[in-house]
Design a protein around this ligand. Structure first.
Ligand code: PLP
Length: 470
């Protein structure tokens, strides 16, 4: 059955009610899995029902789903709702365009290429290229595969046949780096964690020493992963200095800019990624700071054709027409692929570079305001000097994890905690351009109120927790 008028209007009624709920109940009540299972009848019984009944059930499910779009959500590296991108994503679902061939995708393929060209030019690549992947983790993994193939000749065809292939990354990097190493034949234990400085940025001097020493011992350095915007502190590795090391020692340099790559669109913060045009590849998630609905991640390469060289397979049943450059399936990890480009393209058409510059600058204003409030309050402790839009703090003497849980239970805000310098800290992420300065004031006041009701407990990780993190 295709979409009919009644279904369309019932569906948009859900959208409208969902938005109303974001205003009335920005933090939905916390409910147990058991309660949700029984109340919402989530078990699939195998018995069909008319569409209007299913849509009514769908609404009950949506109303119970935690909101990531309200102004009280600070829990992840994305928040809010970009109208232009959301509308385009809905339309993408209706069209269900597979992104492997021009034959099936038509202008959507050209749109994907336009997004990649624009992003590559923002990086500063003169003849850059790339591919959309389903998330930053997969973009990072694809980069690792490319770097592995580059460093260990023949590994694409015959497997990784080397004494020890090594990946270098800072100890503050995202877990997707180690996860990828476990999937691409490098091995999780062959990830070398380079010490970070007090701000959370990789120490390029230590990186150089480690590579020289490992190579001397017969290992094969495969890739240096520099993080632009770490997950907890929002720290930036010194990309220029890392690119120097990569060039001198001939090691592939990848920048994981899943989170912080968007500073490329912000005049005030662009300097944080100085030197990025020199590296071999870059991950950049539009579904994080640019507010595009999940997922919209791009792996960019400095040199044209790199993804195709590393991921291409021939398939006569699929690639039947057109220049291969117009068949992105030849360069992608997947075969069938969602259209993750239309929503970014639509939003970029709407906001323009100037709109993104304003929005990201505003989010930085919010972070700076939070930083100043925390620094000036004796009951709060600022955990680091924030470079970006992540602000970490402790409520003095009070357990950060319990503060976050209680904020959720009392429906004040959704906030998560992380670890900085061996201590549990409350991590605030300012990723929603709809949040205003007063919203930050309320958030900080809410943290203080909740903390006042909690018993004292230190936030230093216990030896068991430290071990679990190894
Ligand atoms: C620095 C960094 N890299 C990569 C990722 C993974 O991105 P995704 O969630 O799109 O897989 C994240 C996610 O938070 C991240 O913070």
């Amino acid at each position: 059955m295709s979409l009919d008028e009644a279904t369309i209007s019932q569906t948009f009624e859900i959208v409208r009610r969902y938005m109303d709920l974001d205003t009335q109940v920005p933090v939905r009540p916390v409910r147990t899995p058991e309660d949700l299972e029984s109340d919402l009848e989530l078990e699939l019984t195998g018995i069909g029902a008319p569409m209007h009944e299913v849509i009514a059930k769908l609404w009950r499910v949506m109303a119970a789903t935690p909101s990531t779009t309200s102004v009280k959500f600070f829990n992840q590296l994305f928040a809010g709702q970009d109208a232009a991108a959301t509308v385009a994503d809905i339309i993408s679902a209706v069209a269900n365009t597979p992104m492997y061939t021009f034959k099936s995708g038509g202008p959507q393929i050209l749109i994907e290429k336009a997004c990649i060209r624009r992003m590559a030019s923002k990086v500063g690549y003169e003849d850059g290229d790339g591919i959309f992947a389903p998330g930053g983790s997969l973009s990072n993994m694809a980069a690792m595969v490319i770097a592995r193939n580059h460093a260990v000749q023949g590994s694409r065809d015959t497997g990784v046949n080397t004494s020890r292939a090594l990946i270098y990354t800072s100890e503050e990097c995202h877990y997707s780096v180690r996860k990828a190493a476990g999937m691409v034949g490098v091995g999780r234990e062959n990830v070398r964690f380079v010490p970070a400085d007090e701000r959370g940025g990789m120490r390029a001097d230590a990186l150089r020493e480690m590579i020289v020493e490992d190579r001397g011992a017969g290992a094969t350095p495969v890739m240096i992963n520099a993080t632009a915007g770490t997950t907890v502190q929002g720290a930036f590795d010194p990309i220029d200095a890392i690119a120097d090391v990569g060039e001198e020692l001939d090691v592939w340099v990848h920048v994981d800019g899943a989170w912080g790559g968007s500073v490329l669109l912000c005049e005030r913060m662009r300097h944080l990624v100085d030197g990025i045009h020199r590296v071999d590849s870059v991950t950049w998630d539009a579904h994080k700071l640019l507010g595009v609905p999940l997922t919209s991640s791009v792996l960019l390469t400095k040199r044209r054709g790199v993804c195709r060289e590393n991921f291409d397979e021939s398939a006569s049943y699929l690639y039947q027409e057109d220049d291969d450059d117009l068949n992105p399936g030849r360069s992608s990890i997947q075969c069938g692929r969602r259209n993750d480009a239309l929503k970014l393209w639509t939003a970029w058409n709407h906001h323009g570079d100037a709109g993104y510059d304003r929005m990201i600058g505003h989010m930085r204003d919010l972070a700076e305001h939070a930083r100043d409030l925390i620094a000036g309050d004796d009951d709060l402790v600022l955990s680091h000097d924030p470079q970006f839009v992540n602000v970490c703090l402790e409520a003095r003497g009070k357990p950060s994890d319990e503060v976050c849980a209680l904020l959720g239970k009392r429906q004040k805000a959704k906030v998560g905690w992380g670890v900085v310098n061996g201590r549990k800290v409350i991590r605030l992420v300012f990723a929603n351009p709809e949040v205003q300065i007063e919203g930050v004031d309320e958030l900080i006041a809410g943290i203080k109120a909740v903390a006042a009701d909690l018993p004292e407990r230190d936030n230093a990780l216990t030896s068991e927790e430290l071990c679990g993190a190894c």
